[in-house]
Design a protein around this ligand. Sequence first.
Ligand SMILES: [Zn+2]
Length: 363
Amino acid sequence: MSDQPVLHVKGRVLVGPQDVRDELWVVGGRVSYDRPAGARDVRTVQGWALPGLVDAHCHVGLDAHGPVDADTAEKQALTDRDAGTLLIRDAGSPSDTRWTDDRADLPKIIRAGRHIARTRRYIRNYAWEIEPDDLVAYVAQEARRGDGWVKLVGDWIDRGLGDLSPCWPREAVEAAIAEAHRLGARVTAHCFAEDSLRDLVEAGIDCVEHATGLTEDLLPLFAERGVAIVPTLVNTATFPQLAAGGDAKFPRWSAHMRRLHERRYDTVRSAYDAGIPVFVGTDAGGSLPHGLVAAEVAELVAAGIPPIEALAATSWSARAWLGRPGLEEGAPADLVVYDGDPRADVGVLAAPRRVVLNGEIVE
Ligand SMILES: [Zn+2]
């Protein structure tokens, strides 16, 4: 023990929103609150420490055109890591990124397998594109491939209709969600529109991505069932550009996207006020770059979520929701150290002083 290098984190350790300690030790890659006896090789880091940030909607191994090679996926994960994101819920990837699990220097990834979409109803090269009769079988397959999550595309533009519309009949999602739960996986769905949500929530879905169409009438149902949302506001900020691209061919869709964009902050704030769990997700990896976690936290604050709750949504509560430890005694030492108190100003998240992953300082 005495010859092992030890890391000493001093200042303010934010174990929880109210649980603040003066110091933390890292021994053998794990968190300890007991000073190790006789430690000689001690390195000290000072500042405000948070558990490694969570990006609950991120895609590793994917870019705007589809799957990418391992070198590109590695760069994506390193960019997230250097921004302080040490736990990713991958919200769908056509690449097999399982190899990252053996890399102690890369963020931990909780996978949802590959997106499951209706035929020609999603971005090309991303999803399994199937019909409702095959939904249960594909959900079972992705539940087995993933790390406890399955990702559906709940709505998308229907080109015949010229607007967003639900992708799946009610009976299909009921059977699919039941199958995922039977296999121990939670289910989430990409939903922009209003009218895909009721069926999914009543069918027992666990989370909704984007949720720009979450209207007042559905708030009590989401809250009562504890269905979380991951608003990805840095992504929905791009709706006006998407809308502009659709004006000529799909004016109804474009107008719909603009309405969803205009009320996006109200939507998130109303969900939060109703008691719906809201988590930080950047949607990096499709058209957005990696490393935007601080920007998304700032967006949640802009939407009216109290800073301490926006912080919890990427740290304490997000980790609990995903079933991963924070800075408890014995947990893997995944933490980020900042110059100032992130509870007072979430802006400090944009510039981590030190990132520590599995007890190692990222240089
Ligand atoms: Zn996404």
